[in-house]
Write a protein that binds this ligand. Structure first.
Ligand SMILES: [Zn+2]
Length: 328
């Protein structure tokens, strides 16, 4: 699975420009589902199984990035965030535009070195010397560049939010026998801009149960706010985030299955943010929905960190959940 994760995180596909990552995923899953289609917004919907409950499992394939808003006379590219890029993580970082142009994010020396400069004071230097020579135009989008770095049992890479969820979904498709449920694996677009891909795919699938796969913040770094989640202590079963309460019946089903299979899990109450699960929950007449999260440090930075054990345990749990008939 490490190779798969590397392939997924080495691909540049900011929200709305998911073509590159879609091709990588389609090549990976072509033998793993009975029916695969791509909808009008670009979501991949892969179906496995013909009978039983209709379950939608969603992992988003887009990643956060930047979009050019202005090119100045010297060829510096000003930008704004696409999907919550945080200005404190940006200066000194490298980006790659969708057209392949590479750049470095610059900021000016200011008298108060500890002050985070707002995003409109930062710029991308693509090596141009004038506006006419600049290979980027207003509206061009970029993603972070970061190598995939192994640190023992841990991995640091860009876009683990949510390529690690994508990896969990693909690996589960590989291990899942065509079982007693009709499972729709959705690799969604534009999650970082408000779960837009999941909104339309959930409407189309009309599932009876939903599961969102994403990352969630840990509380195990030196000055973290007080929260429970820790790397390596198991995948997190979502109980609440800032936009939804996860269905208690689904939480109980997930916890019961984990207990039976002796898979370590944690409970997660996410204070800031939400996921594709919310889009599934409120589609049509409403869907009992749960969420499984991979604990992750430094989310929405170019250097997100996860623990492989959590990934393996998430695959085991999701496979166990989908392998048996579901009665909530
Ligand atoms: Zn995410």
């Amino acid at each position: 699975m490490k190779k798969l994760i590397q392939k997924l995180t080495d691909t540049y596909s900011p929200s709305g420009y998911e073509e590159a990552i879609r091709d990588v995923i389609l090549a990976e899953i072509k033998e793993l589902a009975e029916d695969i289609r791509v909808d009008a917004l670009g979501n991949i919907i892969a179906k496995k199984g013909k009978h039983g409950k209709r379950v939608m499992v969603a992992a988003h394939m887009d990643e956060i990035g930047l979009i050019a808003t202005h090119i100045d006379e010297s060829g510096f590219v000003y930008f704004t965030s696409v999907g919550g890029s945080n200005p404190r993580y940006l200066p000194g970082g490298h980006v790659r535009f969708v057209n392949g142009v590479l750049g470095v994010i610059g900021s000016e020396r200011i008298s108060k070195a500890n002050v985070v400069q707002p995003i409109d004071k930062l710029f991308v230097d693509v090596g141009a010397t004038s506006a006419a020579e600049c290979p980027v135009q207003v509206g061009d989008m970029a993603a972070f560049v970061h190598p995939n770095v192994q640190m023992g049992g841990r991995l640091v890479a860009k876009s683990l939010d949510d390529r690690i969820g994508v990896a969990v979904a693909i690996e589960t498709m590989r291990r899942l026998k065509s079982g007693p449920n009709e499972v729709f694996f959705v690799f969604s677009v534009q999650e970082e801009l408000g779960t837009r891909g999941a909104i339309v795919s959930a409407y189309g699938i009309d599932p009876e149960i939903g599961i969102g796969l994403d990352v969630s913040h840990t509380g195990d770094t030196p000055n973290s706010i007080r929260r429970e989640l820790a790397l390596g202590a198991g995948p997190a079963i979502m109980v609440k985030d800032s936009r939804m309460l996860y269905d208690p019946k689904v939480v109980a089903w997930m916890e019961g299955t984990a207990k039976k299979a002796k898979i370590p899990v944690q409970r997660e109450v996410l204070v800031g943010g939400s996921t594709d699960a919310r889009a599934i929950q409120v589609t049509r007449l409403g869907v009992p929905t749960g969420g499984l999260a991979i604990p992750c440090r430094y989310i929405h930075s170019p250097s997100e960190m996860i623990d492989y054990e959590d990934v393996e345990n998430a695959v085991k749990l999701l496979t166990a959940l989908l392998s048996a008939p579901i009665e909530l």
